[in-house]
Design a protein around this ligand. Structure first.
Ligand code: HEM
Length: 493
């Protein structure tokens, strides 16, 4: 009794003092009009995130309860979450340097320091110069030169699918997610290094090491406490393993760089390595950038392809409309020797709308994050102070019924020009917007249309799953909690 009194009284006292301090802190740093999630001493609102690991559902639920903006404390750091297009516009379109900083992912600490340079992880002047340099690999002309690579890997995917089908005739297959992510990664490596990753030992090892790094980093995003004792042994072990694999990847990329310097590269296009080399980027920065670009463009593209095929497998009528379009284009392509060109892709308008509607329903990158380096006026009444984290929630806008009525319905016509015109341009932002938007947006759309056209040309798809039993999880990107089951039928052409 004596002991417990001595334990509980100071605890309650400390708790009350904390609340008083937090209240004053909050008054100082988050405007009064912003509803805020309940907080606990030290950890702030983080316990809400621990109760239920489904972060996206939680954010959607809090927006319904608290409105288009709400606040929370992340270990004492104030944060706001936004799901209103005008708010997203305000933060994402700001070109004030203090509003462009992306907080360093705690996960990037898993990577050795020499891999901390790149458009994705850098900020300030370094970001600005890297973005200018890397941007030259994403011009209209550059994208057109990558089309043969998109086609090559689209065809490889078809062969891989044809290989697994006889073993699983009539059965459901679950390998599609892996194959699509793998295809996207191979395309990326091919464009970045000029090596067509045809599956020799070296490039396969690179892909394996890369996937290990990607998976470890992804697992760590939603479990930052693994860096704190008593869990830190896990962190230290993983950090050492990630360091080893990153070293292997570095050696592979160095070899590619050497080939590039010696002029032993595919003359039909300029690899991103070549683009950077021509602009005098030093070797260390170049290797780091290559790794981050591969990271940014593999899971994102692979998972968007997966969700689009899932929607088309669920809605066979829409799948047929896409296929009619694709068959029309292929009838000419086959006469011309077999590769889809820029003009062909331009004709795939219905497929384009189906991809966009899938991105709306499944926002693979659900939010953009900024940490304010200077104060920021969101509207007349709301001014956020320096240091505040801002989460611009693409996912929560995409399923906001005020912005997209009946949001759970798959309706590609939402993206007809006449319907787009009536919405804010910040209502649909799967690639974010403004000066720090996705540098690979056009690259990704072109790549996805080529790969999907190849799949729809060769296979009819069904799924054994439905929206009700496909739950999603968030790590770095959003993916299904368990593999989606597809049934593929090869078409007789
Ligand atoms: C469907 C595929 C993709 C999606 C949904 C996607 C989405 C995004 C989003 C939401 C951002 C964050 C922007 C912000 O913070 O406001 C981003 C940034 C970025 N993405 Fe993508 N992305 C995709 C594909 C790609 C590809 C293929 C590449 C490169 C080959 C790429 C490279 C990057 C880079 C370098 C950044 C950082 C830009 C900067 O900070 O200036 N992405 N992406």
């Amino acid at each position: 009794m004596f002991l417990s009194t001595w334990f509980f009284l100071p605890t309650i006292f400390a708790y009350l003092v904390f609340h008083l301090l937090w209240h004053q802190h909050k008054k100082r740093i988050l405007p009064e009009c912003i509803p805020i999630l309940p907080t606990l001493p030290l950890i702030g609102s983080v316990h809400h995130l621990l109760q239920d690991r489904d972060l996206l559902q939680l954010i959607r639920k809090w927006h319904l309860k608290l409105g288009p903006i709400f606040g929370l404390s992340l270990f004492g750091i104030p944060a706001v979450v936004l799901n209103e297009p005008s708010y997203l516009q305000k933060i994402l379109s700001s070109s004030e340097p203090g509003h462009l900083t992306r907080p360093s992912l705690h996960t990037s600490a898993l990577m050795p320091p020499k891999f901390h340079v790149g458009v994705l992880p850098s900020n300030g002047e370094k970001w600005k110069s890297q973005r200018m340099i890397v941007g030259k690999g994403f011009t209209h002309e550059a994208l057109k030169s990558y089309l043969p690579i998109f086609n090559l890997h689209g065809k490889r995917l078809i062969s891989e699918l044809k290989n697994i089908l006889p073993e699983n005739e009539g059965e459901a297959i679950t390998q599609l997610q892996d194959l699509l992510v793998h295809t996207a990664l191979r395309i990326n490596i091919n464009v970045i290094t000029g090596n067509n990753v045809k599956g020799d030992d070296e490039s396969s090892q690179f892909l394996q090491d890369f996937h290990f790094i990607e998976d470890t980093v992804a697992n760590f995003v939603t479990s930052p406490w693994f860096a704190i004792p008593p869990f830190s042994w896990w962190y230290r072990t993983r950090k050492a393993e990630v360091g080893k694999k990153a070293g292997n990847c570095e050696r592979f990329l160095q070899k590619m760089l050497k080939q590039c310097k010696n002029g032993e590269e595919d003359p039909s296009f300029q690899s991103m390595m070549r683009v950077m080399l021509n602009q005098g980027v030093c070797e260390e920065d170049l290797i780091s950038e290559c790794l981050w670009l591969s990271f940014a463009g593999s899971n994102t593209v692979g998972l968007t392809l997966l969700f689009t095929l899932f929607n088309l497998a669920l809605h066979v009528d829409h799948q047929e409309k896409c296929r009619e379009e694709v068959d029309g284009v292929f009838s000419e392509v086959e006469e011309k020797g077999g590769n889809l060109g820029n003009d062909d892709i331009f004709k795939l308008l219905y497929l384009d709308r189906c991809i966009k509607e899938s991105q709306r329903m499944f926002s693979v990158i659900p939010f953009s994050t900024r940490q304010l380096q200077s104060s920021f006026k969101l509207d007349e009444n709301v001014e956020l102070s320096k240091g505040t984290f801002v989460f611009a929630s693409h996912d929560a806008v995409h399923i906001n019924p005020k912005v997209f009525p009946n949001p759970e319905k798959f309706d590609p016509d939402r993206f007809l020009p006449e319907n787009i015109r009536t919405r804010s341009s910040y209502a649909f932002t799967p690639f974010s917007a403004g000066r720090r938007d996705c540098i690979g947006a056009k690259f990704a759309m072109l790549e996805m249309k080529v790969v999907l056209a190849w799949v729809l040309r060769h296979f009819e798809l069904e799924t054994l799953d439905s929206y009700d039993n496909v739950e999603c999880q968030y790590n770095v990107a959003v993916s299904p909690k368990r593999l989606i089951r597809f049934r593929l039928k090869e078409r007789k052409l």
